[in-house]
Design a protein around this ligand. Structure first.
Ligand code: GLA
Length: 676
């Protein structure tokens, strides 16, 4: 993997980066010196600077105040702290919306989103883009060759969806590029239905709040367009900073399970995928969905290390109830990210703010100052992150892949009119991922465009909408000898949200070896009994399919109800491979048993079989070494883990062999010679 910019970055920070968002513009200069002293004490070597500083950098149009930033950049550099310099374009100044109210986004209901929040811009606005380009250019002119500069952080958590006139104009241009002419658009959107035929491009507008029901293909294309419009903003700023200097990595920070931007399309445009994640300490399962996110972020750029750009040192302030991270949890969550490929441990934020919406959001340096639990934990973690330097740049091998696809997500959740309209894509994905996590399988997350050739098993959760290339990729994977595990209501519509012809599931009828006559969503409270061929029984609910085998065999059938005797789980040999199709929502244990059985049958390696689920195991490796991460999520009991070979626990520097003990909420990172 050649990524010279990220390699240079790793060299620059000497391994894993450690630090957080730094907002010196919110503080008197007197505080900056104390900040830098304490940053050094905490082992900070990178700060994300100026994320929301546009109003401080350009207080009036065309009048710039860079003096404070010069001073901060110099101070950080003198103290050996590198800078991830942000373009401040997520927070346009008040003067911009006063001068050009059209930059403020209009929401779906037609209301303008006023100044005084953040992300108050319409990404399609040419005026916004012009001003954003200008401040980006000024920053790049001034700081591209500043010795502190190590990375560019473009904007922040790209996200607004806008319904302005500029968005409609942009949407039309986007549609013209996609479909060429109106006849093709009308066909793609099935506009003969309800007489929605367009005869002039100017009739096509962004879909606001549906007053009755809206064309689902239009909604789908609007999701795609919005993601692309935001991406254009990123690319424009990236290209500006690159035009000054092209050896510095350029990234932006993504969010956890963020539905409105297709990160598969974004990731190739960045030097590294970067994630902001705030697992809720009140949710006992938060670390499982965090693990999925970490696997996704490693996978977004084909297995390359990613950046943990923001997390909380303790509590956040954006939810109704914001509980603290108990002692040890922040460390464990940070090591968990590193175990799954992160090359940084960064926080929002360095110093807790005194005012503003986030005044109770935790920080590396809390309101109670350095003599505090959080700062002590932050400082201890900083030392450990330093010891993990050899892990930087290493990768992970997986033989199982889980499909996670934004188009499929939009198809399932953004448009009404399905047999049931309460699908949660995230829930279904997590239902498939959880058993893999609990049994310590290394998992990659894939898109319909990923190279699938290195996997033995491909898991496809409720893939209702898939384009022809995706269908071909899944089909070829099975034909070539892979095992596909697929859940109900998959392969139903094409990329334009049109039902595929010749019976359900049009895309996968041959693949699963069965035809579905009708989808039978369950009535509230309805439950079914399912008999497995091996004599076991299980319950199912929520969904059934009136399925007719066409070459496939029933692994399980309904024992009751009107579909009694019909298949609930189908297995089919396809080409050199195998397909297992779940036509109902099985109780989790029974689902896990089938899924894990398929993994074993496919010969997927499991080095950690038998270890308790709460002992998370993950491996990173390079040519010579592997780094075994053992993370105990249980707060009560230690876990003794037999390990083969001799190694060193990087966290303690002590030898590790035979059996290692992982204390409650503790971790071991064992380095040893690589197994081949
Ligand atoms: C996001 C933002 C930060 C901050 C945090 C709070 O990740 O990027 O600016 O608001 O949330 O958790």
């Amino acid at each position: 993997m050649t990524d010279p910019r990220m390699r240079a970055f790793r060299d620059r920070v000497g391994g894993l980066a450690y630090g957080g968002d730094y907002n010196p513009e919110q503080w008197d200069p007197g505080v900056w010196r104390e900040d830098v002293r304490l940053m050094r004490e905490a082992g900070v070597d990178l700060v994300s600077l100026g994320v929301f500083a546009w109003a401080s950098l350009e207080p009036e149009p065309g009048r710039y105040e860079f003096g404070w930033l010069d001073e901060v950049m110099d101070l950080l550099h003198e103290n050996g702290i590198a800078v991830n310099l942000a373009t401040p374009t997520a927070a346009p100044p008040a003067w911009l919306s006063q001068r050009h109210p059209e930059v403020l986004p209009v929401m779906a209901d037609g209301e303008r989103f006023g100044f005084g929040n953040r992300l108050h811009y319409d990404p399609s606005s040419p005026v916004y883009r012009e001003y954003a380009a200008n401040i980006t250019t000024r920053l790049a002119e001034r700081y591209s060759f500043h010795p502190a500069l190590a990375m560019w952080h473009i904007s922040n958590e790209y996200g607004p969806t806008a319904y302005n006139a500029a968005a409609s104009a942009g949407f039309r241009r986007w549609l013209q590029r996609r479909y060429g002419d109106l006849a093709t658009l009308n066909e793609a959107w099935t506009t003969r239905f309800w007489g929605q035929v367009y005869t002039d491009w100017d009739q096509v507008e962004v879909p606001g709040v549906p007053r009755t029901w809206m064309n689902p293909s239009r909604i789908l294309d609007f999701k795609r367009f919005t993601s692309d419009a935001l991406l254009e903003c990123f690319v424009a700023e990236r290209d500006i900073v690159r035009s000054f200097r092209d050896d510095i990595p350029v990234v932006t920070n993504f969010m956890r399970f963020y539905r409105h931007a297709d990160y598969w399309r974004w990731a190739p445009e960045e030097d590294a995928a970067a994630l902001d994640i705030y697992p809720d300490p009140a949710d006992p399962d938060a670390h499982v969905s965090a693990a999925f996110q970490f696997d996704l972020f490693r996978s977004l750029k084909g297995g390359r290390p990613w950046l943990l750009m923001e997390q909380a040192a303790s509590a956040v302030s954006q939810w109704r109830l914001n509980v603290v991270k108990e002692p040890g949890r922040m460390r464990l969550g940070s090591l968990q990210a590193v175990s799954r490929g992160a090359d940084s441990v960064m926080f929002f934020q360095w110093r807790a703010g005194r005012g503003g919406h986030e005044r109770f959001h935790s920080a590396m340096l809390p309101h109670s100052g350095p003599d505090s639990r959080t700062f002590r934990e932050v400082t201890a973690l900083g030392r450990e992150v330093g010891r993990l330097a050899p892990v930087a740049g290493t990768t992970t091998r997986a033989e199982v892949a889980v499909l996670f696809d934004w188009n499929g997500w939009w198809g399932l959740e953004e448009v009404w009119g399905l047999p049931r309209n309460d699908f949660s894509y995230v829930d279904t994905v997590m239902r498939h991922y959880r058993p893999l996590w609990e049994h310590h399988y290394a998992v990659d997350v894939v898109s319909t465009r990923s190279d699938l050739s290195s996997y033995k098993v491909l898991v496809v959760p409720n893939a209702y909408l898939m384009d022809d290339e995706g269908v071909a990729a899944v089909t070829e994977f099975a034909r070539g000898g892979g095992t596909v595990v697929m859940s109900f209501f998959s392969g139903v519509v094409d990329a334009c949200n049109r039902v595929r012809p010749d019976g359900y599931p049009g895309a996968f009828r041959r693949l699963i070896g069965a035809k579905i006559d009708e989808y039978w969503p369950a009535r509230p409270g309805e439950r079914f009994t399912v008999d497995f061929a091996d004599g076991r029984t299980a319950t199912a609910d929520w969904w059934r399919e009136d399925i007719h085998l066409e070459g496939g065999t029933a692994l399980a059938t309904y024992a009751d109800g009107l579909l009694k005797g019909r298949a609930a789980v189908v297995a089919n040999d396809f080409g050199a491979g195998r397909v297992v199709y779940f036509a109902t929502l099985l109780e989790q244990d029974a689902f896990d048993r089938v899924l894990l059985g398929e993994l074993r049958a496919a010969g997927v390696e499991n080095r950690f079989d038998g270890l308790p689920a709460h002992l998370e195991c993950a491996v990173r490796e390079d040519d010579r070494h592997e780094y075994l991460f053992l993370l105990n999520h249980d707060a009560q009991a230690s876990v003794a883990v037999p390990v083969d070979g001799h190694g060193t626990d990087l966290l303690t520097g002590l030898p590790a062999s035979g059996e290692v003990t992982v204390p409650p909420l503790g971790a071991v990172v064992m380095r040893r010679a690589r197994r081949v």
